[in-house]
Design a protein around this ligand. Sequence first.
Ligand code: AMP
Length: 284
Amino acid sequence: MVELLRTTRDLRDAVGSARAAGKRIGCVPTMGYLHEGHATLMREAHMECDFVVVTIFVNPTQFGPNEDFERYPRDLERDAAICRSVAVDAIFAPDVMEMYPERPLLTTVRVAGLTETLCGASRPGHFEGVATVVAKLLNIVRPDVAYFGQKDAQQLAVVRQMVADLNMDFVAIRGVPIVREPDGLARSSRNVYLTPPEREAAPMLYRSLQMAETRVRAGERNMRALAQAMRSLIGTEPLANIDYVEIVDAQTLQPIERLERPALAALAVKFGRTRLIDNCTLEP
Ligand code: AMP
């Protein structure tokens, strides 16, 4: 049985009972419209925790004014069925008033340094919204472990930094590898926006990442040239509209010239109105 909890108080009661019973608490924060990527995080949580909470909250403060907050896909019944199928214990699905009773908050979390590049450059304010809501969710649930996908690599880096900087030592942060469709497209709630031709074109993103990995294995160390080669490959797809394709240091997320330490090849590309992100790590 998965419990559906709408208020902070009910969630705290449920987690409190589980903790009193000696259970280890795992948390998977999501925006819902769950797919196999989310399910993988939940299974991972089950492996090392006894009580798994999935949070489902489409957080308005991480969407820009011209982004897709209103039309972001939502289907709580379907999500609950997926949670049941992987034996999640509780779903925390607060409404906006529960999370932001007196909008806007007077306190926000800004992780400087990691949020100016990549998605931070094209989505001003996005990571402040993310860090703030993740801080709230972690403080509400107080899990022993929280799970985040490598799909949102910059988000994972921001959350890790916040947890370290603010001594949120109660929680360990786990990163989980990207789950893909058979043709390589990273699973995403936003994939449902794609028209059939866009869906057919979208695996080009994964091909560009594979090309980067292949060239690095063959000895390529010039990351500026490699990022340019990725842009050229993606540019051969007429439906693809590049937001950014960058190779950055995996720790600092700052652009690099040469591959000397682990790096992150990261991209955001629009197909029609749909903005997709993907990434892979590159090892020297
Ligand atoms: P979202 O609901 O899109 O905010 O995602 C919730 C969590 O699931 C985030 O930590 C994402 O990184 C993770 N996630 C989403 N898609 C995938 C995927 N294809 N593979 C792995 N993790 C994912």
